[in-house]
Write a protein that binds this ligand. Structure first.
Ligand code: LIP
Length: 273
């Protein structure tokens, strides 16, 4: 790239446009009586027709605006590009919240560099996460900082610098498979007495944005897919937070994000599984 920051800023603008468009779609065109169109890893890992329509909109827009880029989407979109940029998108992150009409779901759009054959290792360089219910648009690019725009007002984001775990507001989430959830619940039971309190929002993308905004001091979750975390992890880093992605166990990654001190303290406690 001739001028990375300029190009990254251009990619951020595209990510913002797409997240807004897909976010408006999933609210404005949500059918009455929306049901489950399909399930994936378990009976509770649901897909709706709006997940699919949102991803189709993202794919169509990226084909139009960035025809040489690659694409990886939660609902199956998968194309290898020639530009060195791969878009990693979650058309609705927090699908269960969306299905239940809990106002904590988002469209997550990230532009990444790296080898698309190893999606877990893709590096986000620009991204946007949009909650269409609150109107919060989190966005940023590598070297450009992290920001929150609500309608026409934009503010810079700064992650927590809390150093005391006992004062930390901790976020986490759980997988869709019962046996994994039991293990994740046991881990949380070990931690809950050591922190201020716990929040489980139901959207990793929004949880990571909460870390970037200082609304959570630290967050951990295992089993996330690249599309759940790509945009949010970039925003945490651009807001002065730290993101560590380590093996919880072979083949299953753990994401820990937050203030440097808390990530250092929490990481060994959540990865010795
Ligand atoms: C969700 C994540 C959330 C996790 C859920 C689910 P989805 O993604 O954002 O953090 O706890 O189990 O994986 O399935 O709504 O795109």
């Amino acid at each position: 790239m001739a001028d990375d920051l300029t190009d990254f800023a251009t990619l951020e603008t595209i990510a913002r446009d797409l997240a807004l468009a897909a976010g408006r779609l999933i609210v404005d065109e949500r059918p009455v009586g929306l049901g489950v169109a399909a399930t994936k890893s378990s009976a509770t890992d649901v897909v709706t027709e709006m997940d699919r329509r949102s991803e189709q909109l993202l794919q169509d827009e990226l084909t139009r605006r960035r025809p040489d880029d690659g694409l990886l989407g939660e609902e199956g979109a998968s194309t290898v590009g020639t530009s060195g940029i791969t878009w990693v998108v979650d058309p609705i992150d927090g699908t269960v919240n969306y299905l239940y009409q809990l106002p904590a779901y988002a469209v997550s759009v990230a532009a990444c560099t790296g080898d698309p054959s190893q999606p877990e290792l893709l590096e986000p360089v620009a991204g946007a996460v949009y909650n269409p219910i609150t109107g919060e648009l989190f966005h940023g690019h590598r070297g450009g900082g992290a920001h929150l725009s609500i309608r026409e007002v934009t503010q810079s984001l700064r992650a927590s610098q809390e150093g005391d775990l006992s004062l930390a507001l901790l976020g986490t989430g759980f997988g869709y498979e019962a046996q994994i959830r039991r293990r994740q619940g046991a881990l949380l039971a070990e931690l809950i007495g050591d922190v201020r309190d716990v929040r489980r929002g139901g959207s990793a993308a929004l949880d990571l944005c909460s870390v970037a905004a200082g609304r959570l001091d630290v967050y951990y979750e295992s089993g996330l897919n690249p599309w759940d975390r790509a945009a949010g992890q970039l925003l945490v880093q651009e807001a002065g937070g730290v993101v560590r992605i380590e093996d919880e166990q072979p083949g299953r990654l753990m994401v820990i994000a937050g203030s440097p001190a808390l990530v250092d303290e929490l990481a060994p406690r959540v990865t010795t599984r």
